[in-house]
Every structure is written in C-alpha cells, then in structure tokens.
Design a protein. Sequence first.
Length: 385
Amino acid sequence: MDAPLPAERELSEAHGISRQTVRQALQQLVAEGRIYRRQGSGTYVASHKVMQAVNLDGRVNGGTGAETAGSVRLVGVERRRPDPQEAAALGLAEGTEVLQIERLRIADGEGVGVERVTVDAARFDGLWASAADADALPRFFWDSHGLEVAEAEQTIEAVPASAREAGLLGVADGIPLLLVRRRTLASEGRPAQLMLTWYRGDRFRLSARQRQGTGVESAIVLRPARRADAPVLARIFVQSWRSAYHGLVDDLVLDSLDEAEIASRFHDFIGDTGARHNALLAIHGSEPVGFVRFGEDPDLPGAGHVFSLYVTPESMGLGVGRTLLTEVLAELAARGHRRVTLWVFEANTRARRLYERMGFEPDGSRRVEAPYGAQEVRLSRELGS
C-alpha cells in the first residue's frame, strides 16, 4: 500500500515554509509521477514504477515483477458475439463468435494491469485452457498456429477507470488508467488479434523512441539484471570501453580486457534473485544495449552511488544512458538517499555532458586508478527531499 503524505498545513509547519511553496512542490511531484492524489482521501507516495513495453508479437518485456512466475491471474474466459468495434477490428463476418480471455497482471502482490485478448473463436477455439497460464498470452496464440506477425497497430490513451477495471485493480472508480489498444495482423494481412490492456498510471511508465526516417518506434525497456546476464553485461562493458576510451586509456589496457574474467566479477556483484536489485539492463527492440550498476557509496555513508553506466556504441544517441540514469536516480531516492555520486574520466566529455544535464557537478574529489592511469573526477548531485 502506498504511504500517505501529511497535509499541506502539516508539511508547511514542519519545514517552516509557506503553504504556497508546499503546494507548488507537491504539484511538481505529481507531474513527475512520484506522488498522486485520491479525491477525498489525500496525497500518497507513488510506488516504484515499472517500465514496460510490448513487442510486435505481443511479448511483454521489462518490468520489475510484471514478468515473474505467478504474475498473471485468470479473470475469465468468454465465447460470445463481438460488438461492432471488435467485429470491425478483426474483420469478422456477421454471426461470427469471438473468444475473449481476461487476465490480471500482478506486481509486488497487487494488480497493476487488466489484460483482455479477443480473437476469432473459430480460428483459435480450444486453446483457452492452456493460454490461461501462458505469460505472453498474445505470443501463445501465434505459436500455437505457426503464424507469423506482419504488423501491429497500437494506440495509447488515458481513460477513466470503469467500475470493472477499478474493482480488479483495487483503485477508485474514475482514476486515470493507461489504455493500450493493439490490433495485430498475420503475415497474410488478415487481422488476427485484438488486445486491450488497462495499466495503472501510478505503477507504469511507457518509454518509446523513434529513429528519424524509419517511421518505426522501438521502446527502451529496463529490467533488473540477473546473475545469468553477467556475460551480456561483460560484452557491453568491453564494447563500450574499447569505443569510448580509445585515447583516454592505454590501448594495452583496452586490448587486455577479458570478457570471461569481467563476467565472473559481474556475476559476484549482482544480487541473488529476490534480493533488492543493484543493476538494470536496458533492451532496445530485442537486443541488450546498456546497463547501470548502483548501490551505496563506499566512501560517503548514506549516499547512493552509480558504479558504472555503459551503452553499446551502436546505441549511442537513442537515449539509453539518460533512461537508465533517470530510473536509477528515482530508485535511489525511493531507498532514502538524498545524494548520489559517481566517478568519470575527466577527458570523457560525452559522458560528462550527460551527467551535467542530469544535474551532476564536480565535488572537488579526484583520483587516478591503476592500471588505467587516467584522471577521474567525482560528480555528485542532490536528490529531492
């Protein structure tokens, strides 16, 4: 359950500031999604948001808990006549029936999304019993018939929660939800699947970027890194070092980087499954493109620290680093840290520009670590109280 905040008057008196200042600060936090208001109830701290996207074939990627075992619960299965909108979306003739499966997605023990998939009953009938337990329900329908996905149309809009969605998600009627509507076409161009998903806006953040001239959007998806990801992290690390640090670090150092040895170190750094995560992996399309490792500052008690942030060379300019860093700052703030630090090579101007745009400034500390032999500066920034 999200924690309630004191009233504006109490915050004003406790901190010795005007109620107008308190009100402005709360409005900013609402805009950033860090807190939310319930009509007639009060103001609450928002739970940590899950960053999530859906691939062309309907797979759910990313998230912190939304794709773990036991994260979906069957709500109901219905075979019925389609309404006019469904019939038009699926290209169904009059008299055709549809099969609809409705499920609840669960993260951290609470409902975060209502998922409703509608298909031609004659085409997919008899599958619902197995599909009810499938994590990627849309993908299940494709695989079961050997179909290939050709195209997907998707819209995202804010809608008020109906009594049904509100009841399933345990929220008040009428609060804003994110409705993601997807119509997927098979390779022969025939509409095959309609999926509606209502996400809680206080628990989800959708991120998408578009490359100029392609007309194709692809989301940057974040998820906690696991020990099994250590070889992937090591590969990104080596690619990034050899690309970004050429001329900053001796080439002998770059040439001697050993992915297997680095993967072993990352394996030890990453927490066990179920532990509070200390690394995030970024995925663009279906490819891992960057990671960040973070935790407690070993030199400044009480401060958070970004130990490493690396992006593959071919993914530069997509916003991967900013997306990772934004999420880490929010996570460290949620853990109670009021200051965050990191080290960066002084001559790494590209990285320093990113950090400075994110509010980091030099704090006067410098070092040269063997065997790198390059000057580093420590940057820090305060987190909102």
